[in-house]
Design a protein around this ligand. Structure first.
Ligand SMILES: Nc1ncnc2c1ncn2[C@@H]1O[C@H](COP(=O)(O)OP(=O)(O)OP(=O)(O)O)[C@@H](O)[C@H]1O
Ligand SMILES: [Mg+2]
Length: 298
């Protein structure tokens, strides 16, 4: 069962600033939830905490189902297309690929029987880890995203792909792949209009549980079934959840601010009443102590 449960998660930056303050929300099985908020509000940091890359300083995250992640910046310098595909694959497949690469390099440098045996064993592990199935998937995805089979582009430098091609390739792989839960950090970035439409359709039809960050109003309007907003709070950024689509979001946000205004007004009224009360007691006390000193001197 695929879900994400974030419970009172807090996170402080190295400079001592509280970035996230008691964030709580749940993304249930099959849900499509958008995480929105201003630049620097902590959305990527929150995703990294859910992914387990960063440890929260308070609260807890629980997850069900295997997780696939598209990070905000997906390509590393010097990577090939195969590395990009491996970066979103199951960790077992990543480890098996690293072992195959190491065994292949050792075999090429020494060429002895032991190295050949080690290479054969690494290839067998690659198969056991699901590496050949992954290659079949990659072939479909490179064909869809780049118009060529995997064996023609696997060794190509990732930075020779456009930003949109990189995103499309990773999205194809995650959406067609086995993970039940996907977290996508700005998947629409760099996508042209037809690719955005394609992403919207895939998001609408996938049975997977998806939490995605986006600044794109159209994508949000067409695909989000609930919206989690990271917003400035008194002691760090907090999150609130709008349990419906973007169509009713602005009204919900305005109502929320109105409630805050009302609470603030009530608070101001209470404060004014308390102030008057304290003033009254102060006057009474000084009158009483004045009377007491008069009695003493009488
Ligand atoms: N290791 C760190 N040291 C200092 N500041 C950090 C560190 N990591 C993150 N920050 C700061 O935390 C804030 C949140 O960063 P984050 O990347 O989570 O924002 P975001 O909401 O994803 O923004 P964007 O919409 O621009 O992607 C930023 O102000 C960032 O500079
Ligand atoms: Mg970010």
């Amino acid at each position: 069962m695929g879900y994400i449960d974030v419970n009172s998660v807090s996170y402080g930056l190295p400079d001592g600033r509280v970035l996230l303050d008691e964030i709580s929300f749940r993304v249930g099985e099959g849900a499509k939830a958008a995480l929105i908020g201003a630049n620097g509000s902590g959305k990527t940091t929150l995703l990294r905490i859910i992914a387990g890359d960063l440890a929260a300083h308070g609260g807890a995250v629980s997850r069900g189902g295997s997780l696939g992640i598209m990070r905000q910046f997906i390509a590393r310098e010097g990577d090939q297309v195969r590395d990009l595909l491996l970066s979103v694959a199951d960790p077992r497949i990543r480890r098996a690929a690293a072992a195959v690469d190491a065994a292949e390099a050792a075999m090429e440098s020494s060429g002895d029987t032991k190295a050949q045996m080690a290479y054969a064993a690494a290839l067998a592990d690659w198969g056991d880890a699901g590496g050949y199935d992954a290659e079949v998937l990659w072939d479909v995805c490179t064909t869809e995203a780049l118009g060529m089979p995997f064996d023609r582009c696997g060794q190509r430098a990732v930075d020779s792909l456009s930003g949109g091609e990189q995103k499309r390739l990773v999205l194809e792989t995650l959406l067609r792949g086995p993970d039940q839960v996907l977290m996508l950090d700005e998947p629409d970035n760099y996508l042209d209009v037809p690719s955005k439409r394609w992403l919207e359709e895939r998001l609408l039809e996938t049975p997977k549980t998806v939490l995605y960050i986006s600044h794109d109003r159209e994508l949000l309007a067409r695909t989000a079934k609930s919206i989690i907003t990271v917003e400035l709070g008194a002691a760090g950024n907090t999150a609130w959840v709008h349990p419906a689509g973007f169509g009713s979001y602005h009204q919900a946000r305005a109502d929320r601010f109105e409630r805050f205004d009302e609470m603030r007004n009530r608070w101001d009224e209470e404060r004014a009443k308390l102030k008057a009360l304290v003033q009254m007691y102060k006057q009474k006390a000084s009158y009483n102590s004045d009377m007491a000193s008069r009695y003493r001197s009488a």
